[in-house]
Design a binder for this molecule. Sequence first.
Ligand SMILES: O=C[C@H](O)COP(=O)(O)O
Length: 235
Amino acid sequence: MIIAANLKTNLTRAQTLEYLKNLESCLNENSITQEVMVFPSPTSLNAHDGKIIIGTQNAYGTSSGAFTGEIGSMHLDEFGIKTILIGHSERRHILGETQEEIVNKFNFYKNLGFKIVYCVGEPLEVREAGFEYMMEYISKQYEGIDSNYESLIIAYEPVWAIGTGLTPTSEDIALLHKELKKKLPAPLLYGGSVKVNNAKEVLSIDAVDGILVGGAALNVEDFCTMCEIAQGLSG
Ligand SMILES: O=C[C@H](O)COP(=O)(O)O
């Protein structure tokens, strides 16, 4: 299974170093063999020696250049980072990234062989408009994305479940994941208010290959517990 922590705009560089040190020890103590990823804030990116895969929450589709406020692939190369989160709902809905910009970024990092965790998901009004409309909405988020890319991981994150404490029912997640797997057979993570107390239920659902955790991952013990839960379920 893939257990990923998106630290968003939290934890300083020093706090991230401490977090990674503690997480690495916890993973070792508990013999965790699952794929564990952490996406720190851009100023906390660093080389890391250990089990944890460090990914970037964002980067512009360039090596370097005149793109004020952005980082490019050369900044990731400095730390050996080869994993990127693309299409997160906060970038789509708060920062206004369009599908076209997302596809450009996807293609740039695909051409560099990055592992891409590609996020899709619907806002509440879309879900309330019915299943068919919701699936059409999510399908548009797949437009332009190379479904055959071998280093692709999809994360389904209903926007209304992110940071709200609300989660779809297990039946809803199972249904959605089944539909999304038909579209694209890549590993499929669920994200949106996953916490220690619901991680087991979510990870037990068919077609859930892992979780992408935001708020609840900020506590390193809790995030490690979720890795232990995944380990337990993987036998
Ligand atoms: O990338 C992670 C997701 O946005 C989930 O965030 P959350 O666990 O705080 O709901």
